[in-house]
Design a protein around this ligand. Sequence first.
Ligand code: UT7
Length: 338
Amino acid sequence: MIAARNGRAGGARLAALGAYVPERVVTNADLERQVDTTDEWIVTRTGIRERRYASADQATSDLAVLAAGDVLRNSRMDPADVDVVIVPTCTPDHLFPSVAAMTAHRVGAVNAAAFDLQAACSGFIYGLAQATALVESGIARNVLVVGAEVFSKIVDMEDRSTCILFGDAAAGALVTAGEPECPGGFLGFELGADGSQAMDLCIPVGGTRRPASQPFAREEAFVQMNGREVYKFATRVMEESVVRLLDRLEVGIGDVDLLVAHQANLRIIDHAVKRLGIDGSRVFNNLERYGNTSAASIPLALTEARDAGVLNPGALVLLVGFGAGLTWASCLVRYEPE
Ligand code: UT7
């Protein structure tokens, strides 16, 4: 339960990570049998080789519950001590109720407030910003942020320009309060949105603008994307956002131990890496195996970087993402697991 706390709040810490990916692997060769594409086109244009798809009976909350369970196990936290569950997602089970409320219930976070956060692929960093604000204001001590997406059920499997990009996953983090008066692990955030390009990445039908109760063409119920415009936007904002953030914090790119970018397209990440001048050995990617898992992509990469021994305690980590909205987000955090 969220309650006003009068004690001085400590800084917010990134205390634990965790993830879940569905079992079913869909390779580029599998997609070659479904749409007019080739493994070679997909690999050279995106860097993706395979992705995971949820089973027919798995919805987003089913993935979120398993990822949340992994985060809680890694933190050894009693679910009853979680104050808030935030689920960044743009593929909720239903328009409402929230995935977060169902997830909190199913993991036993019986004392938690819960809400979803819609900032598409920027959602995890937006969620970390929310969690940091809740903790550092003293409103909450323990906040679970779990990005969860089932894109395989909202992409058009007849549209080769989108279906090859996305995959399903859930992954997240626990943000906790440090000791009173201690500086937190989160050094700063840079978040933004430009709704003038909103329709460059959208699902036209199913909301209140175009209700599903009215007639519509089949493809309008699926993701529609102006890939080139999103590409141009992404390459611009990723660099701009990071530069603004690092300038404000007076941190040099050479001080960053690890860059984890939204795993949408290797070309977009490589462009940002080059423009920012960060050494390639300090960049962790895993989109080759998962494709774009939207709000789950950054925490999934962080979890795998931890498991690979690339993300170590004390590391200064730069996160950056972009997505529908259009939105962008970056964050600098010192990783301080419990
Ligand atoms: O989280 C945010 C999610 N969105 C993104 O990150 C999307 C950002 N955009 C992109 O990543 C890239 O724009 C794409 C990967 C989507 C496309 O790559 P591109 O290099 O921008 O290709 P394009 O859209 O300019 O298309 C080039 C050609 C076209 O054929 P024509 O018109 O030149 O004859 C497409 O029809 O490639 C064709 N094409 C494909 N060919 C084989 C598009 N998709 C495919 C495909 N296989 N899957």
